[in-house]
Design a protein around this ligand. Structure first.
Ligand code: DGL
Length: 258
């Protein structure tokens, strides 16, 4: 079973991409809705929550863990890899690699939570691969609560996005990484504000491709099943969270509170 966790419902964009790309692999998901957002919290707290989330998924039978949260990926990956025996896949490297591949001007923008931007992980990963790339990162702390509130097409959301994206527009980037798994839900609004010429990178899709390649190389880790079923757990379930979940999956969803 593939285990996937996030601070809330954003990681479902990763789960959905994995479901589509790997339909025969069972998934167990955990969204820590009761403690969302992680982005403004300290690395220590995010690490503690990530350990707990991983333990939950392992208890449910997960044999591989996807940290479907950029904030947790940026600060907790090492701890989780040191502590647990199963493969731990994070969402930063697949998105950073794709950005390096497609950027022609070598000017890449990153938007993410405070925790992700403060960690400097995208800049480090991209500049380690190629020091000539210029990376411009902008923390967008209001976006996760707006997505969790299902404010996906409100005037206020558009205004806030315009304000967040303005400094990146000025840097003439040609590629923008959606460095938070909640942001694919705002993709169209972001594209409209940053301009058509800027290519957006959705870390959920890149991560699903990475997982697919990984499982092709390591088929012994998770068994394929022709009737694979998926379970979606959360530490809390609100009506709004369910609505956003159904918007992501385009089907009725059940969130089991645990
Ligand atoms: N989806 C999480 C991420 O990718 C959101 C983090 C948060 O809860 O602030 O960073």
């Amino acid at each position: 079973m593939i285990g996937i966790f996030d601070s809330g419902i954003g990681g479902m964009t990763v789960a959905r991409a994995v479901e589509q790309l790997l339909p025969n692999y069972p998934i167990v998901y955990y969204g820590d809705i009761a403690r969302t957002p992680y982005g403004p919290k300290s690395p220590e707290t995010i690490i503690n929550y990530s350990i707990r989330n991983t333990e939950f998924l392992l208890d449910k039978g997960a044999k591989l863990i996807i940290i479907a949260c950029n904030s947790a990926s940026s600060v907790a990956t090492k701890t989780l890899r040191d502590r647990f025996q199963v493969p731990i896949i994070e969402v930063i490297s697949p998105a950073a690699e794709r950005a390096i591949q497609i950027s022609k001007t070598r000017r890449i923008g990153i938007i993410g939570t405070k925790a992700t931007v403060k960690s400097g992980i995208y800049q480090q990963t991209i500049n380690k691969a190629n020091p000539e790339f210029k990376v411009f990162a902008k923390a967008c702390p209001l976006l996760v609560p707006l997505v969790e509130e299902n404010w996906l097409n409100k005037r206020e959301t558009k205004m806030i996005l315009r304000r967040y994206l303005y400094p990146l527009k000025n840097q003439q980037i040609d590629t923008l990484v959606l460095g938070c798994t909640h942001y694919p839900l705002l993709k169209d609004l972001i594209q409209a504000r940053i301009g058509k010429k800027v290519q957006l990178i959705d870390s959920s899709i890149q991560t699903a491709h990475y997982v697919k390649e990984y499982l092709l190389r390591h088929p012994e880790i998770v068994n394929e099943q022709s009737d694979a079923s998926h379970s979606y757990y959360a530490s809390d379930c609100t009506e709004t969270a369910l609505k956003v979940a159904e918007r992501i999956f385009h089907r009725p969803m059940e969130l089991i509170v645990a």
